[in-house]
Design a protein around this ligand. Structure first.
Ligand code: ATP
Length: 279
């Protein structure tokens, strides 16, 4: 079994002046190299947890350890160097006037020597498939391309963990697909740990494991297959079950033999084309 790169133990957190806990006795671990999706309806505590992992909030009770650093003032910059974040709005994250300036920005701030920087910018853009856009201005890019450049800016800093905070929610289906494919490749090629915070269960289905938050607490934890079996419970929590899961369920109720495991849209289409249905 792989070591934990993040441990969260019995964390409680309230915003100043609030009596209600935004995070209530949250415990979870993230293994090195895994893709963990954290899902939940509005107000379930996802953003609060994301901000805590970036050292913007500290637990009132409980402990958080990231890359062996306890979450404390003195280690915040060590933690931020190891955990890179990609946010929701692609336009708010662009700081450079060209793609390469943008990726170079974080490296410059970290005092990386010029020759190393040039190489790292190129290598990072290559890894997200954006090398051909080196001199482009951001307004010429699609939303998906902008988010891939944001990811390049993060991986150029060589973090161990990348946290996507609703990073695909403003993208069209094509942009979303581009970003999720890029993340999957990065995770597989270099053992990057991925945390995606999302209200979108379709995005979460790409993860190795899903944690469902509700009212600041961990409601369930499991593989996508296990979580999607909760079906009605997820709908009650205000989460929208992905279309292929809904369709598989309806077909199964009609006595069609559909694999009981979770199928992506592509896999379901393949199954529908190739199966000998025993209706
Ligand atoms: N700055 C704040 N001050 C007071 N309460 C807050 C603040 N930010 C969030 N909260 C409360 O903390 C709880 C968790 O909110 P949080 O934003 O973490 O949820 P979320 O799952 O990310 O929801 P959303 O998807 O709407 O951002 C909610 O009850 C919310 O009202």
């Amino acid at each position: 079994m792989k070591e934990n790169i993040i441990s969260i133990n019995h964390v409680h957190f309230r915003y100043p002046g609030q009596t209600v806990y935004a995070l209530k006795d949250v415990s979870l671990n993230v293994a090195k190299g895994e893709w963990l999706a954290i899902v939940g309806h509005n107000g379930s505590g996802k953003s609060t947890l994301a901000k805590m992992l970036n050292g913007l909030h500290y637990p009132e009770e409980g402990q958080v350890t990231i890359c062996n650093f306890p979450l404390k003032d003195e280690f915040v910059w060590d933690i931020r160097r190891r955990l890179g974040m990609v946010f929701q709005n692609p336009d708010n994250q662009f700081v450079g006037t060209t793609v390469q300036d943008d990726v170079a920005f974080g490296l410059e701030n970290n005092g990386i020597p010029h020759e190393v920087m040039v190489e790292r910018v190129k290598a990072s853009l290559q890894r997200v498939g954006m090398l051909d856009f080196l001199n482009q201005e951001p307004h010429h890019l699609s939303g998906g391309q902008k988010q891939r450049v944001a990811i390049a800016g993060v991986i150029a800093l060589q973090p161990d963990i990348i946290l996507l905070d609703e990073a695909t929610s403003m993208l069209d289906p094509r942009g979303r697909e581009e970003v999720l494919r890029t993340v999957r490749q990065l995770k597989e090629e270099q053992d990057l740990t991925v945390i995606s915070i999302t209200h979108d269960l379709e995005e979460a289905s790409r993860a190795d494991r899903i944690i469902v938050l509700n009212k600041g607490s961990v409601y369930r934890e499991g593989t996508p297959e296990e979580i999607f079996q909760l079906n009605e419970e997820l709908i009650k929590l205000g989460l929208d079950v992905p279309f292929p899961v809904k369709l598989s369920e309806i077909l199964r109720l009609q006595d069609f033999e559909i694999a009981s495991n979770y199928l992506s849209e592509e896999e379901l289409v393949r199954e529908l084309w190739t199966s000998n249905f025993k209706k």
